[in-house]
Design a binder for this molecule. Structure first.
Ligand code: CAA
Length: 240
């Protein structure tokens, strides 16, 4: 039987590439999304991957969503915590809402999604948790005190949980993408974006597929000895 993978924020951007790539590798894949119903419907029509609407920022919705996916596809073996948002502002202009929205989705969302799946993975003695952090969680970024804090938190979460999962056959890893050509990065003002691209040694933005291939490796049986690791995929922009 095919392993079951759930990708949060999986109907657009990096998440969509991950979902499609895992499906092409033979996994049974589900994608969650928070808001854009039109994009999700188009994605399901194009790929045949079922999409489910809930907010990763809401614990109860995550519990319900996971139960729905498992009723349809079976126990989830692979969780890709990809859903994320930006609310960029220099700190002197950042509001409490901008802080909380980003923390609730990008950090608490990872707790909210992983927690309901954890005991099942422990009982079945297999699991793959793959968290999508960011280069900006490693190096910090002007106007992203909220985002950088949440994404750095995802790295700490990964390292702690990897220790707890190790004896139960669960690996927990984190990928730190650099700047990838998605709606999120294209929303950065063009002038700022061009100056960022000039600092990327490979000379281009990443493609969503660059990240999907990293996920496929970490999800595979070949990666059973890889846990608690941080995989950076950023075109050389920041070296850790
Ligand atoms: N470093 C230093 N100073 C900077 C700066 C930087 N990177 N960016 C802007 N500034 C300066 C500006 O030059 C300006 O200075 P002056 O007042 O002296 O002119 C000052 O900061 C404030 O600028 P603004 O008044 O234009 O600020 P604003 O309130 O309009 O905010 C912004 C603009 C939100 C900062 C905008 O420039 C922006 O979006 N920057 C990009 C932030 C970024 O990289 N976000 C990443 C998004 S993609 C992502 O997050 C995916 C991922 O994981 C990689």
């Amino acid at each position: 039987m095919a392993r079951v993978a759930l990708v949060t924020g999986g109907s657009r951007g990096i998440g969509a590439a991950i979902a499609k790539h895992l499906k092409a590798e033979g996994y049974s894949v589900a994608a969650s999304f928070a808001g854009n119903e039109e994009a999700a419907a188009a994605f399901t029509e194009e790929t045949g991957i079922p999409t489910y609407k809930w907010s990763v920022a809401d614990y109860d919705e995550c519990v319900e969503g996971v139960a729905k996916v498992e009723a349809d596809l079976g126990p989830i073996d692979i969780l890709v915590n990809n859903a994320g948002i930006t609310r960029d502002a220099p700190f002197h202009k950042m509001t409490r809402e901008q802080w909380s929205e980003v923390m609730d989705t990008n950090l608490s969302g990872v707790f909210n999604m992983t927690h309901p799946l954890w005991n099942g993975m422990r009982e079945r003695k297999f699991g793959r948790i793959i968290n999508i952090s960011s280069i900006n969680g490693q190096k910090g970024q002007f106007a992203q005190a909220n985002y950088s804090a949440a994404k750095a938190g995802d790295i700490g979460f990964t390292k702690a949980l990897a220790q707890e999962g190790a004896r139960a056959g669960i690996t927990v890893n984190v990928i730190c993408p650099g700047y990838v050509a998605t709606d999120m990065v294209m929303a950065v003002p063009e002038k700022v974006r061009d100056s960022i691209i000039s600092t990327i040694p490979v000379g281009r933005l990443g493609e969503p597929e660059d990240i999907a291939r990293c996920v496929a490796f970490l999800a595979s049986d070949d990666a059973g000895f890889v846990t608690g690791s941080t995989l950076t995929a950023n075109g050389g922009q920041y070296m850790t």
